[in-house]
Design a protein. Structure first.
Length: 725
């Protein structure tokens, strides 16, 4: 550049000697030549600058690509970390000090904290007809927007598990939202009910005022809010002007419930038309419909070949097939008939070894979809359910007489001794009736305003009904209820051996025989509940109490529910580490979800840590959806224990041990329980592995100490919803 400017200065003031040296060359001509040279040199410099700029842009693109790869690697590592967090801690539990209160941060293991159950608003058990009439506004959107939303859902670890038909409905119902730069879309700590998909702009994610990441279009934001009423775990701020698509939890859950019920009704209608199914009960048909797998065949595919052996039964759900028979001593196939939607074939294969007598060929240019079940799966589900359910006789009269003893007791007659535990809605106090110092009881008190605020009224009423009727040695008994302007109260039997959670915390983990005893107690409680079509839904060590003799009893029935025969329920509830995949995916669930949680409990008792545990609930749910086979089992879990856990934690609810042909007895007969004295357990003659020290009727030494209630004056609730409490 310096040469160029020097030349320009020289050309403006030519020396006489130069003019003499160039005879005939005028000043104008000289200036033109110099200008040309300057322009040429300037052009060369511009080209050099453009080349340098291009190199820099390529370098930027290269760095952006590397950054993108690095981000993906980080996400992958985070996913693996979440997965193995549930495995590594058990190595340290064995060296945890066996002293109460010394649950130190040994080896990087975080101190164990009691886990609270979470729940969405209870879903009304709407009939299929009511749901089919319920509509939500459909918001028009460009095809590009539809594809972006669909791609974002399929790219999300949780939502990618939804069915395509459900995703289409969700895309239809999503409504537009716009946010200006620097505005808050989601605020940490707020209660959320909306999930978003970012279409345009950039957003910044932070937690506790610390920047975490920047998200670009095609990402799902705040997906935990579509599962249940929860506080936002991070803040999302618009870094630029943003355009998003949104959907409310109620709309999402209705879509999930409706599609599930429609599919179940359609499949069971198909099954009822098949002669070999006509004598089966409604709930057995529903179980079979749950395990039907949809398989697609292209035009011209042979679904069945004549002469082959088969064990598979097919129902056509879409498209058509043709039936042909190969003639003897001929290569030609004779056309017999065409089968369409609702028709079936291969039913003999479910009753025994079937030699296929015809060809079944896809005859639809768009292909055919069939619902398929094999003989082994079918046989596992066929049982005499009435025989299983008659195991327990009605013991309602005995409980009624027991409760009558407490009818005259008033709330003012109770004297509080100390606090036994603290829960989501209040506290549990050890109390005595003033006129009877020989006995003590547990009084559960719940804040009415908080119950109303979280819309848990239905759950509380269900808890009262189920516990008030239960007459089982492995379930805590409820004797009496009270209420005032601020609280609801439940007077229950006291179990002074403490929480199993506390014992597990202090010991680190249990050996095989100890775990077997406590698991067996839960199996007996489930046997009692499930024979009455009651689902529990909140199994965990925190909800298992040791009585004075060391036997375990199930407590806290806030999520328990009595189901209609063969029906499912849809409310998301439970403790994150224990919820089954079908609960997370809003597919509808029944007593089979309890068997999943039983497998999780076994793992936690044997290792001190549940198999599925992430840094936050959403990560935990994503690990659960990857399945039990993605979990590495520690060496101290025996082969038989591992086999039982894996049979209980099957992804498909209908395939879980306890839910199949032999019912819960299949669990009791498993190899892991070989030699276990079930009769001694039921008769309470079996000596428990840990016998707690209980010195007197008000000895609370087996419980942790709790500070006074910081909210001892909650607001009144006079809405009257608890009239029947």
């Amino acid at each position: 550049m310096r040469v160029c400017f020097d030349t320009l200065c020289f050309s403006s003031r030519p020396h006489a000697a130069d003019e003499e040296a160039s005879p005939g060359l005028g000043t104008t001509t000289l200036n033109v030549l110099i200008d040309h040279q300057v322009t040429s040199e300037m052009g060369s410099v511009v080209q050099e600058l453009q080349a340098l700029l291009q190199v820099k842009e390529e370098k930027i693109r290269e760095l952006q690509t590397l950054l993108h790869i690095r981000d993906e690697e980080i996400e992958d590592l985070r996913s693996h970390l979440d997965k193995f967090q549930s495995v590594f801690p058990f190595h340290f539990n064995a060296v945890t000090p066996k002293h109460k209160g010394l649950n130190n941060n040994i080896g990087g293991v975080r101190p164990r904290k009691q886990r609270a159950g979470i729940s969405a608003e209870p879903q009304s058990e709407a009939s299929l007809q009511e749901l089919s009439r319920q509509t939500f506004p459909i918001h028009d959107k460009a095809e590009r927007s539809r594809e972006l939303i669909k791609a974002a859902i399929l790219d999300n670890d949780f939502m990618k598990n939804l069915e395509l038909a459900q995703i289409r409905e969700i895309v239809d119902c999503m409504f537009p939202e716009a946010y200006k730069a620097q505005s808050i879309i989601i605020k940490e700590g707020d209660v959320g009910s909306i999930v978003y998909v970012l279409e345009e702009g950039r957003v910044e994610v932070s937690r506790e005022n610390k920047y975490l990441s920047t998200l670009t279009p095609g990402k799902v934001l705040g997906e935990l809010a579509i599962l249940y009423n929860c506080k936002r775990t991070a803040t999302i701020k618009a870094a630029t002007d943003c355009k998003l698509w949104a959907i409310e939890r109620q709309c999402f859950q209705t879509i999930m419930m409706r599609t599930g019920l429609i599919r179940q009704a359609e499949y069971t209608d198909f099954l009822k038309s098949v002669p070999i199914f006509k004598d089966l009960s409604e709930d057995t048909l529903i179980k079979i419909s749950d395990v039907l797998e949809e398989t697609f065949y292209s035009f011209g595919d042979y679904i069945i070949r004549q002469g082959a052996r088969g064990d598979t039964f097919f129902i056509i759900s879409k498209g058509r097939v043709k039936v042909t028979i190969k003639q003897l001593n001929s290569s030609e196939e004779k056309y017999i008939r065409t089968l369409t939607k609702g028709d079936f074939f291969g039913e003999k294969a479910l009753q025994g070894d079937d030699l296929r007598t015809a060809n079944i060929i896809c005859d639809d240019p768009e292909g055919v979809s069939c619902l398929v079940i094999d003989r082994e799966t079918f046989n596992q589900l066929i049982s005499n359910l009435d025989e299983i359910k008659s195991k327990y006789k009605d013991e309602g009269d005995e409980r009624k007489r027991e409760n009558e003893e407490f009818e005259s007791v008033r709330l003012s007659d109770l004297r509080v001794i100390s606090t036994l535990g603290v829960g989501g809605f209040g506290r549990v106090e050890l109390v005595q009736i003033q006129s009877d110092p020989t006995r003590a009881f547990a009084l559960k008190q719940m804040k009415k305003a908080q119950i109303v605020e979280t819309r848990q009224q239905q759950h509380i009423m269900s808890e009262k009904e189920i516990m008030g009727e239960a007459n089982c040695n492995f379930i805590v008994k409820l004797y009496r209820t009270f209420k005032d302007r601020k609280y609801l109260y439940m007077l229950m039997e006291s179990c002074l051996g403490g929480e199993l959670w506390t014992v597990l915390r202090d010991k680190g983990h249990f050996d095989d025989p100890t775990t077997r005893f406590y698991t067996a107690c839960v199996v007996e409680a489930f046997d009692y509940l499930h024979s009455r079509n009651i689902i529990y839904r909140d199994l965990k060590p925190e909800n298992l109490l040791l009585d004075n003799n060391g036997y375990v009893k199930l407590v806290d029935f806030g999520f328990a529910k009595r189901l209609q025969t063969g029906r499912k329920t849809w409310t998301f509830c439970g403790t994150p580490e224990y919820v089954a995949p079908e609960v997370i995916l809003n597919k509808g669930h029944d007593i089979s979800a309890d068997y999943w949680s039983l497998g999780v409990l076994m793992f936690e008792l044997l290792t001190g840590t549940p198999p599925f545990a992430g840094a936050d609930p959403m990560k935990t749910y994503n690990i659960i959806l990857k399945g039990i086979d993605a979990i590495e089992f520690p060496r101290n879990i025996t082969r038989n224990a591992q086999a039982l856990i894996k049979k209980l934690c099957r992804d498909n609810p209908a395939e879980r041990l306890g839910y199949q042909k032999g019912g819960i007895s299949e669990i009791q007969k498993h190899k892991w329980f070989d030699g276990f004295n079930w009769e001694g357990l039921r008769n309470r003659t079996l000596i428990p592995p840990i016998i707690p020290q209980v010195k007197h009727v008000i000895d609370t030494s087996n419980f942790d100490k709790y500070p006074p209630d910081s909210d001892s004056h909650p607001p009144d609730d006079l809405s009257g919803w608890d009239a029947n409490f």
